[in-house]
Design a protein around this ligand. Structure first.
Ligand code: FE2
Ligand code: FE2
Length: 244
């Protein structure tokens, strides 16, 4: 009886640990110097050779919101950034429904679900941190351009990511790697173009959930670095596209 009870407690603890792992979407704490080095690395590295769909998206965004990097434009980027992970999570849950009888395969699929959720959460913090900054600075945004349009683009992008994944997962990962590479370079260039961020203190309601920084410059360096991690994960999946 005790063994059964202990087994259930251990299982419960394992489940709680798994939930905690998924809930953690905080980046590793790098020093200011380390973040600066990572920024330099990005700025010195060439961008990926973007595919046609990615080029069309970036071109469309530049045309609609201007080429200049702004907080409001980054917010549009972050609304769109979450959806490939949502679409992959959706596909993975469908796969789980079909494969749960094969336990080791089902476990691999669930690992993929967890990774997708972790990335979604991380993108979600980016969005909230930037929205918070936009509100704090009282930046005026047109509802149609900055609320309605991003949701339309995100809806379409979700279906493109989903369809590409169903046709050939590598295509979906490659599109996302392009998107993340673009985001990484844009954030690092944004910091370089705004030396005043170095002395602007980072104020946020979300420090406990994300992390704290000495300056807004370091916050954006960290976000740029997060995007690089997302890119590298997608590149890794291009080489190992299926769950097994
Ligand atoms: Fe992001
Ligand atoms: Fe990202």
């Amino acid at each position: 009886m005790n063994t059964v009870l202990n087994g259930k407690v251990e299982e419960g603890t394992r489940v709680m640990q798994a939930i905690a792992e998924v809930a953690i979407s905080r980046p590793a704490e790098l020093s200011h110097e380390a973040l600066r080095r990572e920024q330099e690395k990005t700025l010195k590295s060439p961008r990926r050779k973007y595919g046609l769909l990615a080029k069309m998206l970036f071109w469309g965004m530049d045309l609609t919101y201007g080429r200049k990097q702004t907080l409001s434009k980054f917010k549009v980027l972050e609304v769109i950034a979450r959806v490939p992970y949502q679409s992959w999570e959706h596909v993975a849950y469908i796969a789980l429904t079909h494969t749960y009888g094969k336990l080791s395969l089902a476990r691999n699929v669930f690992e993929f679900v967890k990774e997708s959720r972790h990335q979604q959460d991380n993108e979600q913090w980016h969005l909230l941190l930037i929205e918070e900054m936009v509100q704090r600075k009282s930046i005026k945004e047109n509802f149609f351009m900055y609320r309605f349009m991003p949701q339309v683009v995100a809806f379409l992008y979700y279906h493109v990511s989903w369809l590409l994944y169903v046709i050939k997962p590598e295509l979906s990962y490659s599109l996302n790697a392009d998107f993340e590479d673009h985001a990484e370079h844009e954030y690092m260039a944004f910091v370089a173009a705004h030396p005043e961020f170095e002395t602007e203190s980072f104020e946020s309601e979300f420090k406990a959930e994300y992390r704290d920084f000495n300056s807004v410059a370091d916050l954006f360096r960290q976000i740029g670095l997060d995007e690089r991690m997302h890119k590298l994960e997608s590149i890794d999946h291009i080489e190992h596209p299926r769950f097994a």
